[in-house]
Design a protein around this ligand. Structure first.
Ligand code: 2BA
Length: 106
């Protein structure tokens, strides 16, 4: 079994949630924020069989868009000095696939 951790933009989260339900993929949705821009984003936790990982990643890819954001100095977390607005491309999705030692539902 694997745990897919997918960080997507807020704008894509409802469509992705719907696509998971439609495809019978069980997921948990967390409200999160980026460490760089401090903007709200959404993290999905998906526990699935090894052979389903490919399908889950495909759904995430289909529902996630890349967008350009202009980061202004006040948006950036401390420790990163910028004086001019900075153009950054956010997304589509940042995904981690990690092995699950044990899965239990009580
Ligand atoms: P943020 O950390 O707010 O980053 C937003 C975007 O800012 C990033 O988009 C990237 O284009 C840029 N960025 C991030 N750190 C930077 C830096 N030190 N210098 C210059 N530009 C930087 P994405 O790479 O698509 O990431 C989107 C969101 O995914 C991130 O939001 C963060 O919440 C998450 N993320 C990305 N990589 C991660 C990682 N290795 N571990 C955990 N979370 C990650």
């Amino acid at each position: 079994m694997k745990l897919v951790i997918a960080i997507v933009q807020k704008e894509d989260s409802n469509n992705l949630q719907r696509a998971f339900v439609k495809n019978n993929v069980r997921a948990t949705k967390l409200a999160t924020s980026g460490g760089f821009l401090s903007q709200g984003n959404t993290t999905f936790l998906v526990g699935c069989a090894d052979e389903k990982v490919k399908d889950v990643l495909k759904i995430i890819k289909e529902e996630s868009r890349a967008r350009e954001e202009i980061a202004t100095p006040h948006m950036i977390s401390t420790g990163y000095e910028i004086t001019q607005p900075l153009k950054v491309t956010v997304g589509g999705a940042t995904c981690f696939v990690v092995p699950v030692d044990e899965f239990k539902r009580f």
